[in-house]
Ligand binder design. Structure first.
Ligand code: OAD
Length: 222
């Protein structure tokens, strides 16, 4: 079994999604905040946005959907959680076998020496933060136009292609390459189950589309 999650799984924890009503991309432009070009242009602005999100997420707790996936992981010998989320709520719920396709908001990366380290302070004491080497640090996330962490998409494809059941939870399924895992799993023979409050581009191709909040539906399914 493999699972793909997106921002919708954290919505009931109070973490804003990117698209839809109340989504972050309504008030902010992705190209101003979540691209390498935006960071070069104005690292302070980008860090202010990430600092705000870190504060918000630090006050959030994993919800029933995050916890249900931990139960699934305990029960299933073959299990991979593939997440597009950077919020760390899957880790805090206790998920272990996980691929974080878009990185982790709680990690930093030095733009000069490439060092990579965890930092859970929220708010950060100084913006923009720096590495011990003096170089400017950036959030340890994947921005638009950047490649995913080395080898991770291959591993995700392997899990999706081998899965008998592929759960797609709380993702608009419009950001690639992550979204390509849905047809990939289907072609590999998986039964695809989508849990979402709304339709997605894949709704009419999946084997089962469950409409409603993940925090209610997923514990019942599990
Ligand atoms: P989106 O914000 O695009 O989509 C959230 C999805 O969750 C939508 O389809 C909603 O209908 C659904 N949803 C909302 N509340 C829900 C709930 N309580 N239960 C179930 N579903 C719910 O988030 P993602 O698809 O994760 O990338 O976005 C993908 C990527 O785009 C993100 O990782 C981020 C973003 O820009 C980068 O920053 C690179």
């Amino acid at each position: 079994m493999a699972v793909l999650t997106g921002a919708g799984i954290s919505a009931e924890s109070g973490v804003p999604t990117f698209r839809g009503d109340g989504g972050l991309w309504k008030d902010y432009k992705a190209e101003d905040l979540a691209t390498p070009e935006a960071f070069v242009k104005d690292p302070r602005l980008v860090w202010e946005w990430y600092n705000w999100r870190r504060e918000l997420i630090s006050k959030a707790l994993p919800n029933a959907a995050h916890k249900a996936l931990v139960q699934l992981e305990i029960r299933k010998r073959e299990y991979t959680l593939i997440t597009q989320n950077v919020d760390g709520l899957h880790d805090r719920a206790g998920s272990g076998r996980m691929l974080k396709l878009h990185g982790d908001i709680w990690r930093m990366r030095c733009t000069v020496c490439g060092a990579n380290w965890p930092d859970r302070r929220a708010p950060l004491p100084k913006i923009p933060p720096h590495c011990a080497c003096g170089g400017l640090a950036r959030p340890g996330v994947v921005w638009f136009g950047e490649p995913l962490p080395d080898g991770m998409m291959k591993e995700a494809e392997h899990a999706a292609g081998a899965a008998e059941v592929f759960l797609v939870i709380g993702t608009a399924a419009v950001v690639y390459p992550a979204a390509s895992l849905v047809p990939y799993a289907k072609q590999g023979g998986a039964k695809v189950i989508e849990i979402n409050t709304d339709d997605t581009p894949f709704t009419n191709q999946v084997d089962c589309a469950l409409r409603g909040p993940a925090g209610e539906l997923l514990p019942r399914l599990v």
